[in-house]
Design a protein around this ligand. Structure first.
Ligand SMILES: Nc1nc2c(ncn2[C@@H]2O[C@H](COP(=O)(O)OP(=O)(O)O)[C@@H](O)[C@H]2O)c(=O)[nH]1
Ligand SMILES: [Mg+2]
Length: 177
């Protein structure tokens, strides 16, 4: 098979401020974590996750300000899909715009930047939690709602990723001569 090694390896970068649900999303994706490297001094986890014949490198960035400013650029290099995670509160969504701007400057033009409006389960309990449409308007990137603590949301998340991965794979195959 042509370029099979390249075509099924992808790097997904999860970015977002602390406590928005990045690690929870990682756990939701990766029921089975093949390889997990924890780099405490640099403040991020690197996991390799396999599903559907894909092998994904998922980087879960710590999110603390000092790390973000220092490492975000190099962390994002070579990324195939950026997932910006917010907890769907106005304040957090607004401060995530900066992360999107850094991502836009860093990754290739054709790399999808997708927002996850997480913690949608709190919408009735916490009036600070915004609906997906509102988050989408504020961020101006493709946005999906999620409740990452609900295991039943796993397929929804995988579908979002698979849809983007298919585009990434065909782009990569197009580049292989
Ligand atoms: N209610 C609710 N809590 C969530 C959701 N996703 C994550 N959390 C909780 O938010 C907290 C922070 O999550 P974590 O994944 O550690 O955030 P991280 O700092 O971005 O990695 C934890 O207590 C999670 O259980 C969600 O969809 N709904
Ligand atoms: Mg975390």
């Amino acid at each position: 098979m042509l370029s099979s090694d390249i075509s099924n390896l992808a790097k997904i970068s999860l970015i977002g401020h602390p406590a928005v649900g990045k690690t929870t999303i990682l756990k939701l994706i990766s029921q089975k974590i093949i390889n997990r490297i924890y780099l405490p001094t640099q403040g991020f986890d690197l996991n390799t996750v396999e599903f559907d014949n894909f092998r994904l490198k998922v980087w879960d960035f710590g999110g603390q300000k000092a790390y973000l400013n220092m490492y975000l650029h190099s962390y994002l290099l070579g990324t195939d899909i950026v997932l910006i995670v917010t907890d769907s509160t106005e304040q957090n969504v607004l401060s995530s715009r900066k992360l999107i701007n850094i991502a836009k400057k860093t990754v290739d033009n054709d790399c999808p930047i997708i927002a996850i409006a997480n913690k949608q389960d709190l919408i009735d309990k916490d009036n600070k939690v915004l609906q997906v449409e509102k988050v989408s308007d504020m961020l101006d990137v493709k946005t999906y709602g999620l409740t990452a603590i609900d295991p039943q949301e796993r397929n929804k998340l995988l579908d979002i990723i698979k849809k983007e991965l298919d585009k990434v794979i065909s782009r990569k195959e197009g580049k292989v001569i």
